[in-house]
Design a protein around this ligand. Structure first.
Ligand code: 6PG
Ligand code: NI
Length: 188
């Protein structure tokens, strides 16, 4: 009647978790997410994989935990770096922990009122995502950005409001530098 403990070795080079459920997100899954629509449509001809998720998930019960690695590939749409869709948790008060494994990037977090924060991440960086904060990761480097996420099994994902409104900040490359700037399309 007790569930069995799990011990697994994450491949720290590829981010693969053995036996995990794999999810692939291509550019075509991110329609409407990027600012530069012309650059988006141009790159859509190749429809590159933007990120992959390897998840070990339990039933959606209070008290249990899921964990997943994400492999976020390097790339840009116009000036904007590749990113994950970003979401609030369906149970909005569920928190989360991220741990950087490989590559370079960061996390955009945002309150329901649209207050955004940027936390740079690299191997060894731990990020605490507090209850109620939406979160999106961004690859600002030239190699895959890989990290582990640990989150309550009943957290769920609410993609709706981010898909519609985005984040109030965007992460771009300008003059060879990574910049976190106001999203010109953001509206309260
Ligand atoms: C989660 C985590 C994380 C996330 C992936 C992909 O709650 O499951 O935040 O595993 O889902 O990094 O990002 P998106 O879910 O925003 O596409
Ligand atoms: Ni999450």
């Amino acid at each position: 009647e007790y569930k069995r403990p799990i011990g697994l070795d994450i491949d720290l080079e590829t981010g693969v978790i053995p036996g995990a459920k794999k999810l692939v997100r291509r550019l075509s899954d991110l329609k409407g997410y990027f600012l530069d629509e012309e650059a988006y449509n141009e790159l859509l001809k190749e429809d590159p994989v933007v990120y992959e998720v390897y998840a070990i998930e339990q039933e959606e019960k209070e008290g249990d935990l899921n964990f997943a690695t994400t492999v976020l590939y390097p790339g840009k749409v116009g000036k904007e770096f590749f990113f994950t869709k970003g979401h609030f948790h369906a149970k909005a008060d569920r928190a989360e922990i991220y741990y950087g494994i490989k590559g370079k990037g960061g996390m955009l977090l945002q309150t329901p009122e649209g207050e955004a924060e940027w936390i740079p991440m690299g191997p060894g960086t731990v990020v605490y995502v507090p209850p109620y904060w939406a979160h999106r990761t961004v690859n600002t480097g030239n190699e895959p950005f890989i990290f582990l996420a640990i989150y309550p099994s009943d957290a769920g994902h609410d993609y709706g409001s981010i898909k519609e409104k985005g984040f109030s900040k965007i992460v771009i490359e300008e003059d060879g530098e990574v910049k976190v700037v106001d999203n010109p399309r953001w509206k309260e």
